[in-house]
Design a protein around this ligand. Structure first.
Ligand code: LMR
Length: 328
């Protein structure tokens, strides 16, 4: 009897030790982001989780936290440096504290379209920028697209003069602040999670974002006017902490990276579809009027905003800016 008891105790102890060991070895990747799940980033994150858990079952587990549930956009990179989150894909406009070089993506009208953005990102300078946050203990693993930004507001915007004195929410980027100052508007830096309420309560007049963000966060329901300006790009840097990344055994790391690359390609497909589909959904909702710019009107916006480039040339580097222009 007591022998059986002892054996049971031993078995339990062994089982405990074994399961502790297993869970200690299982790598957990918390992926935190701020957008809805029905967006390019939301879908990319879920695809990454599915691929990793199918291929590395028992070795790596991925937990996705959308809608700023875990960290808002101004906190996630600090949390990553502290090891509280392992993967994120903040907009390229949110890296000001970590590098000035990524500001190239915020320069108004620097890219003609998403094909130019893709060429720049995959080119020599774009690839170098993946390492621009290394000194802060972070590592860029790839770029993810969302799309070109549009302007939304409670009043009509045909020419830059229409923005005079109006408050626009921006991401935490000095280039974006300069872009709105250039048209005499008032930029207000606020986290993404606050934008809807700020617009709804009319604490601000407008904002800039992509079709998928304007649709998925219902900004079009509280903004009567959208100008299809395509004045800038909203893309993401998929980022991790170097300490975490290089703590993953090499063979597993390789598989995680492959899954990530595939998930990014999938997310990019969704981005390209959503920039059309979500625009159409907004048109059909009839909640907001969409203004398309004529070539002459567009030229006025370019002339008003382009002087911003010169002011940031030193911080970004001429080589980087020239490569971006050449990608068009
Ligand atoms: C924003 O803050 O407007 C965007 O960066 C949100 C996002 O991640 O797409």
């Amino acid at each position: 009897m007591s022998l059986t008891k002892n054996m049971l105790g031993l078995t339990t102890a062994l089982l405990c030790a074994f399961s502790l060991n297993v869970s200690a070895e299982q790598i957990e990747i918390k992926f935190s982001h701020v957008v809805a799940e029905n967006t390019p980033k939301g879908q990319m994150a879920l695809k990454f989780k599915a691929l990793v858990e199918e291929r590395l079952a028992g070795q790596v587990v991925v937990k996705v936290f959308p809608n700023s549930q875990l960290f808002g956009d101004n906190k996630v990179l600090e949390a990553m440096q502290l090891g509280d989150v392992q993967l994120a894909a903040p907009s390229l406009s949110k890296f000001k504290k970590y590098t000035k070089k990524l500001q190239v993506f915020d320069l108004p009208f620097i890219f003609n379209d998403m094909a130019a953005v893709e060429r720049f990102q995959q080119g020599e300078q774009g690839q170098k920028l993946l390492n621009s946050i290394k000194r802060k203990g972070l590592q860029g693993l790839g770029y993810l697209h969302n799309g070109m930004k549009q302007l939304s507001s409670s009043s009509e915007m045909a020419t830059p003069a229409d923005l005079k004195g109006k408050k626009f929410r921006i991401m935490s980027s000095d280039v974006l602040a300069a872009q709105f100052h250039a048209v005499d508007a008032v930029p207000v830096k606020k986290p993404f999670s606050e934008v809807f309420t700020l617009l709804q309560t009319k604490a601000i007049d407008g904002q800039e974002n992509t079709w998928s963000n304007i649709y998925s966060k219902k900004f079009f329901e509280v903004q009567e006017h959208i100008t299809e300006s395509n004045h800038g790009v909203l893309d993401y840097l998929v980022v991790t902490s170097r300490d975490f990344w290089y703590s993953i055994p090499k063979d597993i790391r390789k598989d995680v990276k492959t899954a990530l690359d595939e998930a990014i390609a999938y997310g990019n497909e969704i981005a390209s579809q959503k920039s059309k589909v979500d625009k159409q959904r907004i048109v059909e909702s009839k909640r907001a009027t969409i203004k398309e710019l004529s070539d002459e009107e567009r030229q006025q916006w370019v002339e008003a905003m382009k002087p911003v480039w010169k002011r940031f040339e030193k911080q970004i580097g001429k080589k980087v800016i020239d490569a971006a222009i050449a990608a068009n």
